[in-house]
Design a protein around this ligand. Structure first.
Ligand code: ADP
Length: 664
């Protein structure tokens, strides 16, 4: 076994590999870009080497820098993780030339599967079933069109060098063929510098089922069963599970054998995944083989009880496979949900920002969290916006689903928009529960899956108001403890003590709507009045923002995260954002300029819609920020005059900086 390995990756996968290396007593070397200097994977590794600026093209993708880091630290092997250089034959070759073990298959195997067309030709020769279509070298447009007609519409045009759901287009009728071909070629050229394409019959309601295979240098090969990855958005997986619901043992065996035939056809060694597309009648076809560890490998680990990274390390160091096919079996069911910084309501556009609050369900026998971030880290525009993978296991699918929903409810992220609510709707959906799965699932159930986000109701407003009162009390207490006269009446939190009227108005803003809570300070109690309803409120607030509220005798537990004047109220997987409009400062050293507007995320100014001196009405859009492709409009919080404007179009800014000021 190796003494030291280098991990040529970042984020959750680097952390995941380090975990197994530690278990096996192997020392680890992390590499990191300037942006990742304090990233989790760096702190977990024994050593870490900086490899350049934030853009991956100048750091994580630079072969020489990674090889140098391995030589400098005397790492015997390199684990490439997934993405980045994991399927790069040139990188595998560079490792070999420098006498470093590449933890993955041979250069030839990577090359063979690197082109979807070439892979299909090899599989055809090995009698692995293929989706009907054309994968030849002649790329003349008229020939491709004739092949599409021969295959029969609908067809899908794919970039041979494609991956990650990019460079694919479905064509329904022949008159759309030429335009679609041009579009795929353009995208393939710009993303993969290779515009070779193939044509496949487009299956209307298929499932994506993939088989995990493993082979060693002694000619042993096993399959670790299947994963169902049918639920996808933009041809990318979101939720994966193992085993595939409804899979009968004979079909499983047929798929497993086909996958091993595929692996043997290219003398495969190590962990690989053979992806099949399965038609409604159960007929399966080879789609492609991924010559690396997959993002969704944990579901296989949880149902087989095996550590696939350990298998990779053992095989790469020359050992035989730890298990034979007979020794492998399926135990229970596992589901994985990918938690992304993205906006499902905007076609899943990636989001960036500071993870100002981050809490996951607790790790246990049933729940596993694979993540590369901690609270306070940023999701930057340079890398994949995945925050974590939430993986759950139980004895059967139904129990597993219940666990997944609970674990999603316990996941709290503030600072970036996420797909958590969407994932909760997805796994709670009756059709998902009934395992009526195919790759069109999200599109088909669009209406029910994209419900309006949580409406602010009286309950939420009461919780927000109670939070404000309790946090003031906390601040006053802290202030009193520091003060020379801790008993001074000026530490009372009812700031209106000077007023004889013991009613205070708290105004909250939520998506341009204003909500008022009247706080009645009575002798023995505090009563919150929202519209005509009066709610007796009390509670306790922890330093972590956990609020235990008693509203009219009903107890509720929520977490409240305060960021500038915005409160995020997190409860049972839902979150609501409210802005306190009339915040009185009860402590704290820094006071923001009244009426100042703060940037909610790091990004770029793409439009300035007002100028200094403009009279604006509450809600008037003033400035538009963009982070990745997501736009965020900054609107006037009140009627007034723009008295300062600090940025112009094209300026890059950090989160929390003052953008402009609107004076009353
Ligand atoms: P990538 O390498 O970009 O992941 P794949 O070839 O693996 O691309 O396909 C990704 C997804 O696209 C599949 O999981 C499936 O949902 C869809 N897809 C691919 N080929 C077909 C096809 N022939 N018919 C229907 N859907 C397909």
């Amino acid at each position: 076994m190796f003494n030291k390995i280098l991990i040529a990756n970042r984020g959750e996968i680097a952390c995941r590999i380090i975990r197994t290396a530690k278990k096996l007593g192997i020392k680890t070397v992390a590499v990191y870009s300037e942006a990742d200097a304090s990233a989790r994977h760096v702190s977990l590794a024994d050593e870490a080497i900086e490899i350049g600026p934030a853009p991956a093209g100048q750091s994580y993708l630079v072969i020489d820098k990674i090889i140098d880091a391995a030589l400098k630290t005397a790492a015997e092997a390199i684990h490439p993780g997934y993405g980045f250089l994991s399927e790069n034959a040139e990188f595998a070759e560079a490792c070999i030339q420098n006498k470093i073990v590449f933890i993955g298959p041979s250069v030839e195997a990577i090359k063979a599967m690197g082109s979807k067309s070439r892979a299909k030709q090899i599989m055809q020769d090995a009698s692995v079933p293929l989706v009907p279509g054309y994968h030849g070298d002649d790329q003349t447009a008229s020939l491709l069109k004739a092949e599409a007609e021969k295959t029969g519409y609908p067809i899908i045009i794919k970039a041979s060098a494609g991956g990650g759901g990019k460079g694919m287009r479905v064509v329904e009728i022949d008159r759309e063929f030429n335009d679609s071909l041009d579009a795929v070629k353009r995208e393939a050229m710009s993303s993969f510098a290779d515009d070779h394409v193939l044509i496949e019959k487009y299956l209307r309601k298929p499932r994506h089922i993939e088989i995990q295979v493993f082979c060693d240098n002694d000619g042993h090969a096993v399959y670790l069963f299947e994963r169902d990855c049918s639920v996808q958005r933009r041809h990318q997986k979101v939720v994966e599970e193992a085993p595939a619901p409804g899979m009968d043992p004979s079909r499983r065996e047929a798929l497993g054998k086909a996958a091993i035939t595929a692996a043997k056809a290219i003398n495969y060694v190590g962990a690989g995944t053979v992806e099949f597309i399965v038609d409604e009648d159960g007929t399966f076809y080879f789609m492609e083989m991924n010559t690396r560890l997959q993002v969704e490998h944990p579901v296989t680990e949880l149902i087989t009880g095996q550590d696939l990274v350990e298998w990779q390390l053992r095989v790469a160091s020359g050992e035989s496979l730890p298990c034979s096919q007979k020794e492998l079996s399926i135990n229970g069911h596992a589901l994985e949900a990918r938690i992304y910084a993205e906006d499902p309501d905007r076609d899943f556009l990636p989001a960036t920002g500071l993870l100002s609050h981050l809490r996951f369900a607790r790790d246990s026998r049933h729940v596993r969290i694979d993540t590369g971030v901690r609270q306070g880290d940023s999701v930057s525009m340079h890398y994949d916006p995945m925050i974590a993978k939430l993986i759950v296991w139980d004895h059967d699918r139904d129990s597993c689903l219940r666990r997944m929903i609970r674990a999603l409810n316990e996941t709290q992220v503030v600072g970036v928009s996420t797909n958590i609510d969407f994932l909760t709707s997805l796994v709670s959906h009756a059709a998902f529960q009934a395992a009526d799965l195919d790759t069109g699932f999200i599109a088909r159930h669009h209406e029910q899956l994209f419900l309006d986000s949580q409406q602010v109701d009286e309950h939420i407003l009461a919780l927000a108001a109670l939070y404000i009162l309790l946090s003031r009390e906390k601040q006053a207490k802290a202030g009193a403890e520091k003060s020379s006269d801790p008993y001074s009446p000026w530490h009372t939190t009812h700031a209106w003590q000077a007023n004889l009227d013991s009613v205070e108005e708290l105004c909250f803003n939520e998506k341009e709507l204003e909500h008022v809570v009247l706080v009645h300070y009575r002798k023995q109690s505090t009563v919150l009045q929202i519209n005509d309803r009066q709610i007796m409120a009390s509670g306790t607030l922890s330093d972590d923002g956990d609020l235990s509220a008693n509203l009219d005798g009903t107890r509720t537990h929520v977490t409240v995260v305060e960021n500038a004047d915005t409160l995020s109220i997190l409860h049972g997987g839902n979150s609501c954002q409210l802005t306190l409009l009339n915040k009185t400062d009860h402590g704290g050293d820094e006071e923001a300029t009244p009426g100042s507007l703060i940037s909610p995320m790091p990004g770029k100014v793409i439009a300035v819609l007002a100028k200094v001196g403009d009279q604006v009405k509450k809600g008037t859009p003033l400035l538009i920020l963009e982070a990745m492709k997501m736009e965020h409009t900054i609107s006037a919080p009140r009627n007034g005059t723009v008295s300062a404007l600090h940025y112009g179009v094209g300026d890059m800014l950090d989160e929390g900086v003052e953008l402009l000021v609107v004076e009353e």
